[in-house]
Design a protein around this ligand. Structure first.
Ligand SMILES: Cc1ncc(COP(=O)(O)O)c(C=O)c1O
Length: 378
């Protein structure tokens, strides 16, 4: 049996979610745009899913647009938010996911915006005073700051950021992909224009996500085509994906407290055990449970020969973990996040990310394997 500790990359699909999706695939194959009964039935399923998602996030169904995932939703928010509002200045952080950073960089390369990246500290906190200064001294600005960092788990206070953005009339987008289904979001209570979600991060299917667009903002589509998603996203809907997304989010909300307690317990236990048993280890990112994503534990190990073999050796031992979002080696050389935080790149860093399915026994196996790998190679 393998041990899967890469839940920030993706999660397993919940069997109840899968069962609902299979039923839709088998029985409700009409096109939701068709006006006959088969189409209308499927249209109802899509709209029920939209209502469910909207009600969990305390927004209106008209503010939810289904997409192919987090990347498309981030692209749509950023490109359309910037271009449709004639924005010439954007603020973000070097710790954002590439779905955000590369989209902003492309807008800058094409001459649409000047991009300011905030300073960050060694725990992954952004400089909020610098944000205010930049907002004060620039024209209407687009601000994109994620809720939780996907590599180190540090949380940004998006309620505070949204208030600062309100003060300076800035348009605020938050990549909430890592916290969706893990924290309660109430987007009506925030001054956030755009927020994003991806079903596969909360035990739903891959290839489906959504963009929340606050009703005060009117943007054009990113993808042109048919009239789907109220003319905002052309293309026949991923119906079973959308149904699965809504079910997965419903289950995540229904059991959130219980899962959070379990997962935070695993994270705390693993951190404690690692610090106890391997000298010279350090933990990356904020660790205060109120300011940190409970599903993620990022660890720097002592310098060792063949550091980039660490993840490979874990894999051989049946343990799946990750070196960062898009980094496949065991070293942190490829991680733009750890680099921006100034983490020593000569030491291998590994992101362990947990789900409700993980157990304390699995953590014991992983810690003991790490101990063996580190102590034999220091
Ligand atoms: C913070 C963050 N944003 C965006 C994405 C992209 O989501 P998707 O894989 O659904 O396109 C991810 C996924 O790794 C993520 O962690």
């Amino acid at each position: 049996m393998r041990i899967y500790l890469d839940n920030a990359a993706t999660t397993s699909i919940d069997p109840t979610v899968l069962a609902e999706m299979v039923l839709v695939m088998q029985e409700h194959y009409g096109n939701p745009s068709s006006i006959h009964a088969d189409g209308r039935k499927v249209r109802t399923l899509v709209e029920q899913a939209r209502k469910k998602v909207a009600s969990l996030l305390n927004v209106s169904p008209a503010e939810i647009f289904f997409t192919s995932g987090g990347t498309e939703a981030d692209n749509m928010a950023i490109r359309r938010g910037v271009l449709d509002y004639g924005i010439t200045h954007a603020i973000s952080s070097p710790l954002e996911h590439h779905a955000v950073l590369h989209t902003l960089e492309k807008l800058q390369d094409d001459g649409h915006i000047k991009l300011s990246l905030l300073d960050v500290d060694d725990k992954g906190h952004i400089d909020v005073e610098q944000l205010e200064d930049l907002l004060k001294n620039n024209d209407r600005t687009f601000v994109s700051l994620m809720h939780a960092n996907n590599e180190v788990g540090t949380l940004t206070d998006i309620a505070l950021i949204s208030e600062i953005c309100r003060k300076y009339d800035a348009i605020f987008h938050s990549d909430t992909v890592q916290t969706m289904g893990h924290f309660v979001h109430d987007f009506s209570a925030l001054n956030v224009a755009f927020a994003t979600g991806a079903a596969h991060k909360f035990h739903g299917p891959k290839g489906v996500g959504f963009l929340y667009v606050n009703h005060q903002y009117k943007i054009n589509p990113l993808i042109y085509g048919g009239a789907q998603e109220r003319n905002m996203r052309g293309g026949t809907e991923n119906v079973y994906g959308i149904v699965g997304l809504a079910k997965a989010l419903e289950l995540a909300y229904a059991h959130m407290d219980e899962h959070r307690k379990h997962i935070q317990g695993l994270k705390d236990y693993m951190r404690h055990e690692l610090l106890q048993s391997i000298p010279g280890i350090s933990i990356n990112g904020e660790q205060d449970p109120d300011h940190s994503l409970y599903t993620v534990l990022n660890v720097s190990f002592p310098e060792m020969e063949m550091a980039d073999m660490l993840l490979f050796n874990l894999d051989i031992a049946g343990i799946s973990a990750s070196g960062g979002s898009a980094c496949s080696s065991g070293s942190n050389i490829g991680s733009h996040v750890l680099h921006a935080m100034g983490i020593d790149k000569n030491r291998p860093s590994v992101r362990f990310s947990f789900s409700r399915s993980n157990t304390k026994e699995e953590i014991d196996v992983v810690v003991s394997k790490l101990k063996e790998l580190c102590l034999e190679k220091v």
